[in-house]
Design a protein around this ligand. Sequence first.
Ligand SMILES: [Zn+2]
Ligand SMILES: [Zn+2]
Length: 73
Amino acid sequence: MAAQITAEPVTARTFLAMHSGTCSICEERYAAETPIISTPYGWAHDVCPEPKPLGAVCAGCFTEIALNGECLC
Ligand SMILES: [Zn+2]
Ligand SMILES: [Zn+2]
């Protein structure tokens, strides 16, 4: 089964979205033709910060850090 093409490459890192979708980092919608990047969590805005590796822990409170890199402490 061929994977559905959802984006076309612009640079080695950035793709142009062919359909609207939801950013996996900030969880806001992006429109078709928005520059996006592929992350381990799915497509995300190319302007969103790269997500922290899974299991990254806050140095302040030692809880796991959310995908957007922010901690509630
Ligand atoms: Zn985003
Ligand atoms: Zn913290």
